[in-house]
Design a binder for this molecule. Structure first.
Ligand SMILES: NC(=O)c1ccc[n+]([C@@H]2O[C@H](COP(=O)([O-])OP(=O)(O)OC[C@H]3O[C@@H](n4cnc5c(N)ncnc54)[C@H](OP(=O)(O)O)[C@@H]3O)[C@@H](O)[C@H]2O)c1
Length: 242
């Protein structure tokens, strides 16, 4: 197989639709081999809330690839919930997927990342600032964002770089929201286009390009958070259109 990333191997946790799928497609188009997971679809079925699934994934990856060049921890979980609607179970699930699952995914799979390889998390613009309907999600992503720095330090001696992409409003089937209704989806679309300084939403492919950049091109970058949000997370004073 020819291509810029021929011979490279990647595992994408949460690669069956949305940004993860776009990243897998981009890597494969450039000659890499990508193993993708989902809860019900994908090459290996993994629910990030089940640590036994991660053990089984590590075994499957060892058998298929031996070592990998990229671990992409992309799967996430969000619900739109004002603070009074948060339940213990929705709180736990949000942290179980975005934070605990991400931590143990790296703990169990980092030994399979080759020295000099890369790990890329998918965080969110919500890991900074404040959104009343995403308090728990923002906190969970902020905690995972902190882990990016910790893992970057822990894995630097092996030459493994650990970074995060931080998407804003990205047009994926779910917009990152579990069980999103058509109405909420349309509202998200409109609000995203209105509040984003670039006045549009982003695409899964735009995030995929940032992931691949961090994974293979940003060879002197570790512990970093790369915003892919059209300026949403920055305090940009955008003039009104003429
Ligand atoms: N879309 C946005 O606007 C946006 C903005 C900021 C951040 N994000 C973050 O970006 C990432 C990708 O979002 P997306 O919009 O591309 O989402 P998506 O289309 O819903 O895809 C999420 C992927 O994760 C998998 N997944 C979901 N829950 C999982 C779990 N508990 N265990 C294992 N896999 C699971 C899904 O597969 P199955 O359904 O097969 O399980 C799917 O492959 C997420 O971390 C999200 O929080 C999204």
């Amino acid at each position: 197989m020819s291509g810029r990333y021929a011979g490279r191997t990647a595992v994408i946790l949460g690669g069956t639709h949305g940004m993860g799928e776009a990243t897998a497609a981009l890597l494969r188009a450039e000659g890499a081999s990508a193993l993708v997971t989902g809860r019900r679809a994908g090459d290996v079925h993994v629910d990030l809330t089940r640590l036994a699934d991660l053990d089984a994934l590590a075994e499957a990856v060892r058998e298929r690839f031996g070592q990998i060049d990229l671990l992409h921890v992309n799967a996430g979980y969000a619900q739109l919930e004002p603070p009074e609607a948060v339940t213990e179970s929705s709180y736990d699930r949000t942290f179980d997927v975005n934070t605990k699952g991400a931590f143990f995914a790296v703990q169990k799979l980092a030994p399979l990342v080759r020295d000099g390889g890369a790990i890329v998390f998918t965080s969110s613009v919500a890991d900074q600032g404040g959104s009343p309907e995403m308090i728990v999600y923002g906190a969970a992503k902020a905690a995972a964002r902190s882990m990016v720095a910790g893992f970057a330090a822990a894995l630097a001696p092996r030459g493994i770089r650990v970074n995060a992409v931080s998407p804003g409003f990205i047009d994926t089937p779910s917009y990152g929201i579990e069980g999103i209704s058509d109405e909420d989806r349309a509202a998200f679309h409109a609000v995203g286009d209105a509040v984003t300084p670039m006045r549009r939403h982003g695409t899964a492919e735009e995030v995929a390009r940032a992931v691949v950049f961090l994974a293979f091109e940003a060879t002197f970058t570790t512990g970093a958070r790369l915003a892919v949000d059209g300026g949403l997370g920055e305090a940009l004073d955008v003039p009104a259109a003429a």
